[in-house]
Design a protein around this ligand. Sequence first.
Ligand SMILES: Cc1cc2nc3c(=O)[nH]c(=O)nc-3n(C[C@H](O)[C@H](O)[C@H](O)COP(=O)(O)OP(=O)(O)OC[C@H]3O[C@@H](n4cnc5c(N)ncnc54)[C@H](O)[C@@H]3O)c2cc1C
Length: 330
Amino acid sequence: MKTDDLEGNLGVGATTLTLGEVQAQIEAYREQERHGAHVARSAPQLGCTLACGFLAFSHPEPGKLSYPQSPAYGFEKSRYWSQQQALTQPACRFTPSSEVDVSLAVLTSRVTQCNFAVKSGGHAAFAGASNIEGGLTLDLRNLNQVAVSADKKQTLVGAGNVWYDVYTKLQPMGLTVIGGRVSAIGVGGLTLGGGISFFSNRHGWACDNVNNFQVVFADGTIRDVSPNAYSDLYWALRGGGNNFGIVTRFDLETYPQGGMWAGSQTFLLTNETATSINHAFYNLAVNSPQDPYAQIIIAYAYAQNPKVYTSLHQIFTTENRLPTRLFLKT
Ligand SMILES: Cc1cc2nc3c(=O)[nH]c(=O)nc-3n(C[C@H](O)[C@H](O)[C@H](O)COP(=O)(O)OP(=O)(O)OC[C@H]3O[C@@H](n4cnc5c(N)ncnc54)[C@H](O)[C@@H]3O)c2cc1C
């Protein structure tokens, strides 16, 4: 069945190819490679060589596909937070610029049996989270739409944005969405993982503030998933990571927001400082109903140079004022 036959009552978005149509296109591509006057080599076999070759063929525009050793591949590799992820070497990296491109990549991976990974901001810490050895990595960074509705109550956010891009667009309008506390984190991974934000005491987690997900399903169709459409999937995506589909757009609840207050202190880590900081953290948490605008982040770290353990203590309020001193209140 053609996917556009389903349009309308099932919330199907842009027209996509079917699995059979992609299979036929890949066959045609292999045939052309086999007989192509300009190519004196055997046709690519099944697997990621074929997947990468076909995607490069169907997306000849510069910047869509990159291979190891190319400058683009090196640049994209540098945009992971952890070394473990950066050192993983996919056969190629594909950078879709629309949900239709994502759909084609999913079906290509199915036809060619090439495993793939999906990257938004690349901040997941473990190898293979958003990169794949010998496979196809979809880098969503060109899904970078940030569009505020006319009534300013909702923002459509492409899944390849990092929070910096979103906040930079919203701040001059006096608006915010419920997202990450560190600007380089991706909208995709944080929101699909739950998403603790500065506003969570008042508005819940990032995933609680998604009105609608635009999702590419495993059959290549593009659908809107909301409390009213595929409500079971909507529930599952709120914390379900990459297990249920590729989200290409998040439609986020949007709030008025003015300035914030923030301060930070770094301590040499000793038993005494650790105990005090842990108490402050505990006190702020148990007293938080008295000031739901107050937030705290505590990090313990090892500084390689000058080889010391430290503790970083950051406190914020999502209003432009000092926080109530709840961390001192036992
Ligand atoms: C320095 C730092 C600070 C952090 N601060 C916070 C914080 O304040 N609050 C908080 O809640 N978390 C925080 N985290 C955790 C962070 O939210 C997770 O690591 C998150 O998964 C990173 O998302 P990403 O898009 O950057 O990563 P990626 O590595 O790109 O993606 C993470 C996972 O999500 C999947 N994924 C990403 N996009 C999609 C998509 N569109 N469709 C389907 N699957 C997708 C990927 O395949 C991967 O498995 C922090 C992490 C770091 C390293």
